[in-house]
Structure formats: C-alpha cells, structure tokens
Ligand binder design. Sequence first.
Ligand SMILES: Nc1ncnc2c1ncn2[C@@H]1O[C@H](COP(=O)(O)OP(=O)(O)O)[C@@H](O)[C@H]1O
Ligand SMILES: [Mg+2]
Length: 357
Amino acid sequence: MMLTEEIHNFGSKTVVLDPDNTCPCTHVADEFICASFDDYAALKELCQKSDVVTYEFENVKSHFLIDLEAKYNIKQGIRPLFDSQDRLREKENAKKHGLKTARFFSCQSRADLDQAVKELGYPCIYKTRTLGYDGHGQVILYSDKDKDTVEPYLNVEGIVEEFIDFDLEVSVIMVRDGDKTIVFPIGKNIHKNGILDLSIVPTKLSRDLENRLKEASVRFMESADYRGILCIEYFVKNSDFYFNEMAPRPHNSGHYTIEGCTTNQYRELVKFLLGVSLEEPKLKSPTVMKNILGQDLWMVPKFEKPNALKTDQDLYVHMYSKKETRPLRKMGHVTMTNMTEEEYKEFYERKICVADK
Ligand SMILES: Nc1ncnc2c1ncn2[C@@H]1O[C@H](COP(=O)(O)OP(=O)(O)O)[C@@H](O)[C@H]1O
Ligand SMILES: [Mg+2]
C-alpha cells in the first residue's frame, strides 16, 4: 500500500497481485489481480501488464520467476529473493560475501539436532529454513528437554544457530542502482515476542561501528550484485556485528523513514524502478516508530489526540485498513519525530501504552 502510494506520487500506475482481495493495497492500486503467489498464469498476467515489476513478499516461489525474469522487467532480479527464502542459503551467502554470522548447522533429524547442540552448547536456537517470520518456526533450546519441542519440526528442513547474547539489533536499509548505493540511517530494533515493536533512530552506536556496519553492508550488496532495495538485520555485540537475515523489499524497520528522513525507503525503491537517480537520505530528527498489533488497537485513539498528551512531538498514525484484526497481526504503525528513546519511554510508559484503569 505504501509503495503504491509512492508510485502514484511519481505519476505512475500500479497493478498489484495478492491472494487476499481485502488486502490494504486494494484501496490504492489502479488494477488488482486476486490470485495466489504461485499462480503462474496470474504472475505472467501481472508481468505482461507492467513496464516494471517488483515484489513486496519473500515467499513467491522463485522457480516460477526464472522464466518470467527472462521475458519481463523484474528489475531487482530474482537472485536476492531466492537467496533470502532459505535461512541456510541466506547465511552461507552472507558468509561468502564477507559478513560474519552466528555459527549454524543444518538440521533435519534428531541426530543432526544432537550434534548441533553438542557443538554449540545451550542456549541455542532452532529455526525452520523456509517460511518463518515474526518468530514463527523458532525454538530456543535451554536444555535437553527443549529438544522435544523441536521434534514436531523435524519433518521439515531446519537450522540450529548459536545464540548471540547481543547488545542490540539494528537494520541497515540500502538501495542500489548499479551507479550508486544509498544507505538509510541505521535504526535500533526492539522486538517483543519475536515481532518488531519499536525502531529507534539514531542508535547510540559509535560512529566507527556505524560506519563499519554501513561499509560491510554496501560491500555485501555490491559483491552479491543485488539491485534495488535490501534490508539487513544484524545483532551487535561489543564491537562486532553478526548478519541475522535480509529482506529484498521495503522493511518494517524502515517505516520510520517516511517522516524521519529527507527521503524514504519507498521513494528510493520507486526511483530505482523508474530509472530516476537515487538520493542519499538524511535523518531529519531523532525518530521512534512503534508498531500497532491487533491487541494494541486501543492505543490508537490516544495517539490520534496528540494534544491530549501535552507533548510537542510530531505524531504520524498510519493504519493499513486491514479488514480482519488478529492479535499479533500488524495493523498499522505510529511514527514520532523529534522524539528520543528516553522521551519515548517516558511518553509510552506514562501516557499511551498503559491501559486506563
Ligand atoms: N541466533 C540468535 N541469537 C539470539 N537471538 C536471536 C537469534 N536468532 C533470532 N533471535 C531473536 O529472534 C528474533 C526473530 O528471529 P529472526 O531470525 O529475525 O526471524 P524472523 O524475523 O524471520 O522471525 C530476532 O530478531 C532476535 O531477537
Ligand atoms: Mg527478523
């Protein structure tokens, strides 16, 4: 939805494919194809109708796209999509292109699990290789008895990873067009139950560490020869950082860029797609983004009445018009500019996220 809105700002039109005919994009797309992501004929129709095609979702079967990529303008290519669809391939690829990861082992049986635990010790973390998101398909193992919790997953391919007792998690979002690579200000991510809760920008990392994160990310993107947008999530511990995962699409941790930066992740992706030259983003002010999940909807009216909060902060409420509300489902987000982490904590704890008695 947000990408489509930005495309309209450039005077272009959109055709969108999604299996859900009530999805947020139906409100804004010029044309909508309601079809499953593995409906080859529908994907082909989308390509035929479009001058340029992109993806906003990682689990489009990439083998379908091989044939389409040869004939149509899927400008980011399918390689970053393919590499991000499988945690084992993703981490091996990150290492190959110079990024450090937590140690990991492929796991498809109880014997593999036993061996991985022997190598890594406790705690360690089991993840399914494909289709995981927002912490789904993951088990943290603290002792032998947690192996039984992993057992039901062992009929699908998985990995077991070293548990990184990180200081913080960050995202680096880049757009590369082949001439240049732009990098958005690095944000700190705070997760709650495996789901992004807050992005806080700037981080309090040293300038040296931020520069090393940016340089390593740009080198990775250039070495892998990806084009378009890429978000990399890292764990930071002391002065080291570990690649965790990547997404070749606009990312939730980049929602803050809409109001927080001089240009945003959607706008730069659109410029890449349309062949307009990219612009280096700058942070306008300290910014905090909070996700609104299904169970958080009661907070929204409090955000919508900033005067009642008696703050000078700039508040921007984005609701996605999703038809069905479910707990843990991302329903919208709120961006607060001119807001530091400390101010937010004060604001959040005292005024917004505490239910009235
Ligand atoms: N190896 C690890 N060590 C410590 N924490 C981890 C590790 N892997 C994942 N986590 C925690 O779980 C969250 C979700 O894991 P992630 O691999 O990003 O999967 P997804 O976001 O696809 O569900 C991470 O943001 C992090 O907080
Ligand atoms: Mg993640």
